[in-house]
Design a protein around this ligand. Structure first.
Ligand code: BGC
Length: 347
C-alpha cells in the first residue's frame, strides 16, 4: 500500500520548522522531499535482484543543506541555468540580476533562489499515487525578477515507480520562468563510485554549443560526429575526456517540447537499474557532476568528481537573451506548466 508520513527535518536559523515527507509506493520505491528548497533528499528504487538503494545525492540532516551545496535535489528557479552577464530586457525594461556564477553570469535564480526558500507543503494522495504539493510565493523584485509569482511543484510517486514532478506558476507582471529539479543521480547508489559506466541515451539530434563560460552561442548544432551524440545508448565515460571538464551541455530535444515525451534513458550495468526521463520541456541539460570535488560527504559516502549526473529538463540556457528560441516569458493571465516524469525499472 502506498503511504506518506511527515517528519521533522530541523529548523532554519530564524526558527522556522522544516518538514520532510516520506512517500512510499506500492511498487517498493521511497521518495523523500523536504520543504526547504522543495528538495528531493532521497529516492530509493529496486535493482534487478529486488535490492533497494538511494539513487540521488543528498544529506540526512538540514545542517548540511544549509552549509551550502551544488543544488543537490533542489527545485531551481525563478530561472534555472545561466543568464548572460546577469541581465536581460523585457518589454523595453532592462533588468539586472545577481552575477552569482563566478562573478560573471546569473545562475539558477541568484543568491537566494527557489532552492534556498521555505515552501509550504500539503499531502496530495490518491488511491494509486502518493504525493506532496509545494507552494511558494515569490514577491515582485525578488532576486531582481519582475512580478509576484505564485509557484507550485507537486511530487507524485506512482504505484509503477514513477516520480512525477509537475510545476506551474502564474504572475501579475511579465517575467521569465524556468523551473527544474537538480537531482544528481547514481543508479548504483549514491556515494558508490562514479557514473562513467552508466549507459545514456538522449532523444536529441541537436544541442546548443556554448562558450567557455557556458553561455550558448545562439547556434544550434548537430550532435552527430561529436562526443555530445547520445542518440544511441552510449557509456557516459566513453568520450568524456574529449569534453573539457566533462559534460555540461543543453540538448534540443527532438520532441520540441509541449507534450510529454521520452527525453532520456539511463542504465547502470551493475545493478540493472534503468531510469527513463519524460518531459514536456524542449531542453535537457546533461551535467556530469564535474565540480564535485570530494569536499562533501553525504548519504552513501563522499561525493567526488562524476559521482552523479543531472538531467535538468528546462528551456534553453539564456533564452531571455535569445529571441529565436522557445520563450520562457510568462505573462499575466497565462500559466507556466512543466511536467517531468522519472520512471524506474530494472533489467
Ligand atoms: C550547471 C553547472 C553548474 C551546476 C551547479 C548545473 O546545472 O550546468 O554548470 O556548475 O549546475 O551545481
Amino acid at each position: 500500500m502506498a503511504k506518506a508520513i511527515v517528519e521533522s527535518f530541523g529548523r532554519l536559523p530564524a526558527g522556522e520548522a522544516v518538514e520532510q515527507y516520506v512517500l512510499t509506493s506500492a511498487g517498493g520505491a521511497v521518495a523523500k522531499v523536504m520543504t526547504y528548497g522543495a528538495t528531493l533528499t532521497q529516492l530509493h528504487v529496486l535493482d534487478k535482484k529486488g535490492q533497494s538503494a538511494n539513487v540521488v545525492l543528498g544529506f540526512d540532516n538540514l545542517q548540511q543543506y544549509l552549509a551550502g551545496h551544488p543544488y543537490l535535489g533542489s527545485t531551481v528557479g525563478r530561472v534555472a541555468n545561466r543568464i548572460a552577464n546577469g541581465t536581460f530586457s523585457l518589454d523595453g525594461v532592462t533588468y539586472t540580476l545577481a552575477r552569482n556564477d563566478n562573478g560573471i553570469h546569473h545562475l539558477h535564480g541568484g543568491r537566494k533562489g527557489f532552492d534556498k526558500v521555505l515552501w509550504k507543503a500539503e499531502l496530495a494522495a490518491t488511491k494509486r499515487e502518493v504525493g506532496v504539493k509545494f507552494t511558494y510565493f515569490s514577491p515582485d523584485g525578488e532576486e531582481g525578477y519582475p512580478g509576484n509569482l505564485d509557484a507550485t511543484v507537486i511530487y507524485t510517486l506512482t504505484d509503477t515507480n514513477e516520480l512525477k514532478i509537475e510545476y506551474s506558476a502564474t504572475t501579475d507582471k511579465p517575467t521569465p520562468v524556468n523551473l527544474t529539479n537538480h537531482s544528481y543521480f547514481n543508479l548504483a547508489g549514491a556515494g558508490r563510485g562514479d557514473i562513467l559506466d552508466h549507459e545514456l541515451m538522449i532523444a536529441a539530434d541537436r544541442y546548443t554549443p556554448a562558450d567557455e563560460t557556458l553561455i550558448p552561442t545562439g547556434q544550434i548544432a548537430a550532435v552527430r560526429g561529436t562526443p555530445m551524440d547520445f542518440t544511441a545508448p552510449t557509456v557516459i565515460g566513453l568520450r568524456i575526456a574529449q569534453v573539457p571538464g566533462g559534460y555540461d551541455v543543453n540538448y534540443v530535444l527532438n520532441s520540441g517540447g509541449g507534450k510529454l515525451a521520452l527525453a532520456a534513458r539511463v542504465r547502470d550495468p551493475k545493478s540493472g537499474r534503468v531510469m527513463e526521463v519524460l518531459t514536456t520541456e524542449p531542453g535537457l541539460q546533461l551535467y556530469t557532476g564535474n565540480f564535485l570535488d570530494g569536499s562533501l560527504t553525504g548519504l552513501g559516502g563522499t561525493y567526488r568528481k562524476h559521482y552523479g549526473f543531472c538531467l535538468e529538463t528546462q528551456h534553453f540556457p539564456d533564452s531571455v537573451n535569445k529571441p529565436q528560441w522557445p520563450t520562457m516569458i510568462l505573462r499575466p493571465g497565462q500559466r507556466y506548466s512543466h511536467v517531468t516524469v522519472q520512471k524506474f525499472t530494472a533489467m
